[in-house]
Ligand binder design. Structure first.
Ligand code: NDP
Length: 452
């Protein structure tokens, strides 16, 4: 195709599918973005002449490597590791590391693609990347996890750096794993730099990083509700997941006077009609993080609550607000319809791409308040960006300062979504707003660099 040739959306998606066989999650993420971007660039030839979307949808590079480690029974185990560096037009690559058996190149490519738009939306100078491995941390000893993290970093270290690519945590990678990986990076390179975020407070970490994604998602939800004269107080919320994002989202909903009814994990969900209070959230945090327990045990611990197994998801529980905070594609079209039938008025995604394409179309058509993860869960990477600044300046901000910055960044993202997503009748399509605002910032930088 020559410069200036018009390609329709279907032709573009067909090309993405052809070039990325079997990478369904990646194709899904690109499709969702392209649906809005094609509309936006229709009358702006400079973007399609320079093939900007096509270039953002082709990672700068994908590094794939073998990760060999020895388990406690002296068996040699082999996993695959990746780092996807999607785009560094506006800053060093930045994005988490995921350890989960479901990790594939497609999953990491979709996450790195999404991250590119999300990071642009924060207003901070960060490009998009993502990494991880199909390693399953469940049931592994602490020593096994340490050996795996060290082996993973022994290859990864040559591809990252404080001004090159700065990974963070994600599913299966929390403070402990970041510690093991940072220790190995420092041991190999002899450099103490801000090469990872989510670090411990004693060694370069930032206050409120742990809470930032979940809190930020609820701040975003608050902004959406406020735009319609509403509030979180007195509303019921269904939340999925029971990890970092879910528990902190639950905590903030409770702090703002809302009632949290559900949490989940990959085995099923718990429903607590009395509300999941702060004490109960604290129990979940300890139970899941320190004891590595399952959410099903909540129902034994707290009378009046029930566990629904077999991988059941909480979207059939009537609620005003829904916060999917577990993983991708955990809310499908039928579940989106069910939420709407039961009176749900707002959805804020804590996870990345938790709603499948059918669900996205249903929420968009219903014109409810619906925030895509790239907007509503950007608080985590935003505070990671602040951690990078603190590391570079060798200083640390106080908690109140960081809380204020997080709130400010989340309302800045909300404003950017309004700028590009609000229609004449006052309705805001947050998906469209986030896609266009994120795209425009990255695209304009890419135009300045010429054909690279
Ligand atoms: P955690 O590992 O702390 O928790 C993940 C939670 O999701 C667990 O409850 C886990 O249950 C559940 N889960 C994982 N995989 C599946 C699955 N296939 N089906 C059902 N449940 C599943 O991860 P985080 O809370 O950090 O991440 C959650 C989501 O938020 C992810 O999409 C992540 O990319 C996104 N995110 C995270 C950020 C962060 O700062 N941590 C920043 C921005 C986005 P189980 O214990 O059974 O595995």
């Amino acid at each position: 195709m020559g410069a200036g040739d018009h390609v329709d959306l279907n032709g573009f998606i067909a090309g993405v599918k052809r070039r990325n066989p079997g990478q369904d999650e990646f194709v899904q993420a690109v499709t969702e973005v392209a649906e809005d971007i094609f509309d936006f660039i229709g009358d702006k030839p400079k973007y399609h002449e320079a093939q900007i979307l096509r270039r953002i949808a082709e990672p700068d590079r994908v590094v794939s490597f073998r990760v060999c480690w020895e388990d406690d029974n002296n068996n040699i185990r082999v996993q695959r590791g990746w780092r996807v560096q999607n785009n560094n037009a506006i800053g060093p690559y930045k994005g988490g590391i995921r350890f989960h058996p479901s990790v594939t190149e497609s999953v990491l490519k979709f996450l790195a693609f999404e991250q590119t738009f999300k990071n642009a939306l924060t207003g901070l100078p960060m490009g998009g990347g993502k990494g991880g491995s199909n390693f399953n941390p469940k049931g592994k000893s602490v020593n096994e996890i340490m050996r795996f993290c060290q082996s993973f970093m022994t290859e990864l270290y040559r591809h990252i750096g404080a001004d090159v690519d700065v990974p963070a945590g994600d599913i299966g990678v929390g403070g402990r794993e970041i510690g093991f990986m940072f220790g190995q990076y420092k041991r190999i390179t002899n450099h103490f730099t801000g090469v990872l975020t989510g670090k411990g407070l004693e060694w370069g970490g930032s206050l409120i990083r742990t809470e930032a994604t979940g809190y930020g998602a609820v701040y975003f939800l608050q902004n959406m509700l406020k735009s319609k004269g509403m509030d979180v107080a007195g509303k019921t919320a269904a939340i999925s997941g029971s990890g970092n994002v879910a528990t902190h989202a639950a905590e903030k909903v409770v702090q703002l006077g809302g009632k949290v009814l559900t949490l989940s994990d990959s085995e099923g969900f718990i429903h607590d009609p009395d509300g999941i209070t702060q004490d109960k959230i604290d129990w979940v945090k300890t139970h899941k993080t320190h004891r590595r327990g399952r959410i099903s045990e909540y129902a034994t611990e707290f009378k009046g609550s029930t566990f629904h197994g077999g991988g059941a998801r909480p979207w059939g529980v009537p609620c005003d607000l829904a916060l999917p905070c577990a993983t991708q594609n955990e809310l499908n079209g039928a579940e989106a319809k069910l939420l709407l039938q039961n009176g749900c008025i707002a959805v804020a995604e804590g996870a990345n791409m938790p709603t499948d394409l059918d669900g996205v179309h249903i929420f968009k058509a219903a014109r409810i308040l619906y925030a895509p993860g790239k907007a509503s869960n950007a608080g985590g990477v935003a505070v990671s960006g602040l951690e990078m600044s603190q590391n570079s300046a060798r200083m640390s901000w106080k908690e109140e300062e960081l809380q204020a910055m997080l709130k400010d960044i989340m309302s800045g993202i909300h404003d950017r979504c309004l700028e590009y997503g609000r229609s004449a009748d006052g309705h805001t399509d947050y998906v469209k707003g986030a896609n266009i605002a994120g795209f425009k910032k990255v695209a304009d930088a890419m135009l300045a660099f010429g054909v690279v």
